[in-house]
Design a protein. Structure first.
Length: 324
């Protein structure tokens, strides 16, 4: 079966399960209908070509989208390169971001079909959605019409930290106009993907004054991590959702409830009434995905509307790594 037909079938099945369209005045679900009618189809096919054989890219592309939207809004500023290495992608939290080639490939195809029409910001929004779909996540309708930013500054990449406590995380999200529910729901994206020992060694070695691990972690989990991460190892990879890293599901919330959250920011979700209640609710649902999928889809649409550029603001880049 052709790639396009395979993905069309996946999309149809997903729409029957979860389809979310949250209207925003500045964006339009049908923005490219007359300007580039096959825009979404082109992006889907390119995403499948890359993510199909390399499923780990789904988590990477979802992370890329989050990192872009949280700084200067969803304007593809993360994609810009700088000869002086002072753009967003050069900031420490973004050095491990990967998947740029997927966005670039989709943009190249779109420029061949509809030159100067589809923004890199919209391409990234669609790629993130389609990548999640390809690993069993929900479908959501993506409002379109974003334009690309011309500014990308390394010192502005103030992203939520994996070492943050719950008060800091709540402020990070509310400052962006996102809710506490969005915080816990989007944290659920850690059901897929990997990190490195460098971000967890602090928690398992010498966290306390007497050299012990973080008491907020399950001792058996600490033991498992120590088997993989030696004290001076900063590069070995570790799963963010132990035992379920390649599947978009609710096991992340089970892991957090068992004190097996990889990051301090994961464990911190147990320290707030609203976020901990959401986790408890997911556990009570017995792993059924319908509620979480619906919530995740809605939060992703809200994320995608952060400080978007529309109308005469910004530009439509010819290539995503540089301004026109």
């Amino acid at each position: 079966m052709a790639i396009k037909n395979i993905l069309s079938l996946v999309v149809l099945v997903s729409i029957l399960g979860v389809s979310v369209a949250i209207p925003y005045p500045s964006l339009d679900l049908n923005y490219y209908r007359s300007k580039c009618p096959d825009a979404e189809g082109i992006v889907r096919n390119v995403t499948l070509e890359h993510v199909g054989p390399q499923k780990s890219l789904a988590a990477a592309l979802l992370r890329m989208y989050f990192h872009d939207c949280f700084v200067r809004g969803c304007d593809a500023s993360l994609l810009l390169k700088s000869p002086n290495n002072d753009a967003e992608r050069d900031a420490i939290p973004n050095l491990s971001v990967r998947g740029y080639e997927v966005v670039d490939a989709a943009k190249k195809k779109l420029e061949e079909e509809c030159p100067g029409i589809v923004s890199c910001a919209d391409v990234l929004a669609l790629v993130a959605r389609d990548a999640v779909l390809l690993i069993g996540g929900p479908w959501w309708s993506v409002p379109l019409g974003r334009r690309d930013g011309r500014i990308s500054r390394k010192d502005e990449a103030n992203l939520p930290s994996p070492f943050a406590d719950i008060a800091t995380l709540k402020k990070n999200f509310t400052d962006k106009g996102l809710s506490v529910k969005d915080l816990v729901v989007l944290s659920g994206a850690h059901t897929i993907g990997i990190s490195t020992c460098g971000l967890v060694n602090l928690r398992i070695y010498n966290f306390t004054a007497n050299g012990g691990p973080d008491p907020a972690m399950n001792p058996s989990y600490v033991g498992e991590l120590k088997q993989r991460c030696k004290p001076n190892d900063f590069t070995t990879t570790v799963d963010m959702d132990p035992g379920s890293v390649a599947k978009f599901d609710t096991d992340y919330f089970k892991a957090v409830s068992q004190k097996k959250g990889l990051f301090i920011s994961d464990s911190a979700l147990l320290n707030d009434l609203q976020t901990s209640l959401y986790i408890t609710t997911q556990l009570a649902l017995g792993g059924r995905l319908s509620t979480f999928n619906q919530d995740f889809a809605e939060s992703m649409v809200r994320l995608g509307n952060l400080d978007v550029l529309t109308g005469n603001n910004g530009e439509i880049r010819a290539t995503c790594a540089s301004v026109n």
